[in-house]
Design a binder for this molecule. Structure first.
Ligand code: PHE
Length: 337
């Protein structure tokens, strides 16, 4: 008489590693031509006394096997998504969110400033951070031993040819003018270096954006118009601007540009030192000596130049009171931009 060893069935089902294997076992035991069907098929040929107990045995085996198969199926099906109960994995636990990164606030401000100038037809150009004395000073009409060099205190490299870390982005004026004929309209973002003691408003490295335009007949009013579009684009159209006479060796006349204080709107507060105005950049008409150094005829061409500190603009724009925050890489700070 056909019989089934339930211990063997348990082992077989235990070993099944996939839903396909389990289905094969289901066919083997419970299928139309399976082992249970074999048992059932002999019942009609049994004696009256044997029929009852044998039939009950076959039925109970069928139910046990079905239960074992169903149980195992749940485990295997669950495992294909995530292991369920008993696997040590909590499928109800929230997933690990992929956080989006973002550009550094200084990069964002550089991009924003440059794009305003690009819309006005300027080209973005970069230059090296290691410069020659000529490009950083002499070409810009800052003579050797002239006290104005102190304003651009410099890190010199230990080389015979007196290379240095550029102390402003103005040397890119020299490079661009030597390499190209006018007309030129260029903005230059980049790092600059000065041996300053670090405090809330000074670092030994910061970013500047230089801008200049050279052609026949460029006037101071062109500089004013362009800078007004820039300042209103960054700080809002309600701000006022003023030009204050200043001195730079490479521009004549020179001016510092102020905007009305964005905090107190010009009334006077602690941010603007009660003046109502905030200085944002230096500018002027390119000095004829600079044109001579790059081989442009100063009688034929005129131009303007300006330079601004990116960190300063970012601090004013976002109300940040310590420049060091930009470079501490504290995510609580960086995530706010
Ligand atoms: N290079 C000057 C500075 O670093 C800024 C400037 C650029 C001023 C161009 C005038 C013209 O302070």
């Amino acid at each position: 008489m056909p019989d089934i060893d339930i211990t063997q069935v348990k082992l077989d089902i235990e070993k099944a590693g996939s839903l396909t294997e389990l289905e094969e076992l289901r066919v083997k035991y419970l299928g139309r031509k399976g082992l249970i069907a074999d048992m059932m098929s002999v019942i009609p040929s049994l004696s009256k006394e044997e029929k009852g107990p044998f039939g009950q045995k076959a039925n109970s085996l069928k139910n046990q096997i079905k239960e074992l198969l169903d149980e195992k199926q749940k485990t295997l099906a669950g495992g294909s998504i995530a292991k369920g109960k008993g696997s040590g994995i909590d499928i109800g636990m929230p997933g690990i969110a992929q956080e989006l990164g973002r550009a550094h606030p200084i990069t964002q401000v550089i991009d924003e400033i440059c794009s305003i100038f690009v819309r006005m037809g300027f080209q973005v150009v970069e230059g090296p951070e290691i410069e020659t004395e000529f490009n950083n000073f002499t070409g810009l009409n800052i003579p050797l031993e002239h006290p104005s060099r102190d304003a651009f205190d410099t890190f010199y490299l230990n080389t015979a040819d007196k290379l240095l870390l550029r102390s402003h982005t103005s040397p890119v004026q020299i490079r661009a003018m030597r390499a190209n004929k006018p007309p030129l309209a260029i903005v230059v973002p980049g790092r600059v270096y000065r041996p300053d003691a670090v405090d809330a408003s000074h670092l030994f490295m910061f970013h500047q954006i230089e801008g200049f335009m050279v052609d026949k007949d460029i006037k101071f009013s062109d500089l004013k118009g362009i800078l007004e579009v820039f300042a209103k684009g960054i700080f809002g159209k309600d701000i006022k601007m003023r030009f204050r006479p200043h001195f730079f060796p490479f521009t004549e006349p020179s001016a510092e540009v102020d905007i009305s204080c964005i905090i107190c709107k010009g009334k006077g507060c602690s941010v603007c030192g009660r003046k109502g105005w905030l200085e944002i950049l230096g500018s002027g008409m390119i000095h004829p000596n600079v044109f001579n150094h790059v081989g442009y005829d100063p009688k034929k061409y005129t131009g303007f130049a300006f330079g601004m500190g990116v960190e300063r603009i970012a601090m004013l724009k976002y109300g940040i009171n310590d420049i060091r925050l930009f470079f501490e890489n504290d995510l609580r700070f960086l995530k706010q931009f």
